[in-house]
Design a protein around this ligand. Sequence first.
Ligand SMILES: C[S@@+](CC[C@H](N)C(=O)[O-])C[C@H]1O[C@@H](n2cnc3c(N)ncnc32)[C@H](O)[C@@H]1O
Length: 243
Amino acid sequence: MIINFITIFPEFAESFTTFGLIKKALKKNLIKFNIIPLRDFSNDSHNRVDDKPYGGGPGMLLRYEPIKKAIDSVGNHPYNIYLSPQGKKIDKDILHKFLNIPEITLICGRYEGIDQRIIDNHIDEEISIGDYVISGGELAAMVMIEALVRRIPGVPEDIDSILSESFEDGILDYPQFSRPETINGISVPEVLLKGNHEDIRKWRRKMSLGATFSKRPDLLKNVKLTKEDDKLLKEYVDERKNK
Ligand SMILES: C[S@@+](CC[C@H](N)C(=O)[O-])C[C@H]1O[C@@H](n2cnc3c(N)ncnc32)[C@H](O)[C@@H]1O
């Protein structure tokens, strides 16, 4: 997968490539990351890429021309994504779609955003990380890249660990514990210590369903529960009532 990253802060984007799974994916040549500094496409002697919005109002806007030139510098026409609070909220389905696109270009806005003519004529999709506004598209792009890269086979050590995570099958992940077995009198659930795989599977499923029921009941509306799921969820609810 090739990821082009258009930004006024190339150093910020660069620093992101030196840690964790992104670093690993780059080392294994599973992704290619091209940072495209927007200021390289300024026609201004001070390398400015912003200007005042027509009609007045606060703040500055990233101008059409430098962004268009930066997009064109990629050469072909990859899928152009503008990170924007007005975009579709990123989720697992959107990530799966992007994973099947061999090359994407991420356009990071700043200030009041970017000239609308870029969005109308050169953007394939606007993507948001949530209903709040941050100061620039860079962190939003990084959130998206991190979520994408950890789904590329060969990047994480164990792709199964990714597939059992929250949202993958529509519900939340189960609780997990590591050493020590007891801490301040609080012990790891007994079932996890006994080594019976079927009991552990059922317990984990019950706790996943229970966590979803308690924290994100909205998710359960979109999941088709099996008879076993119904039974496990009922058990979870009854156990909670009796506590
Ligand atoms: C201060 S914001 C501009 C917000 C814009 N004036 C609006 O109200 O829709 C500057 C840039 O940050 C990025 N940004 C802000 N919030 C975002 C979000 N929730 N998701 C993705 N990108 C975001 C966008 O690239 C945007 O152009």
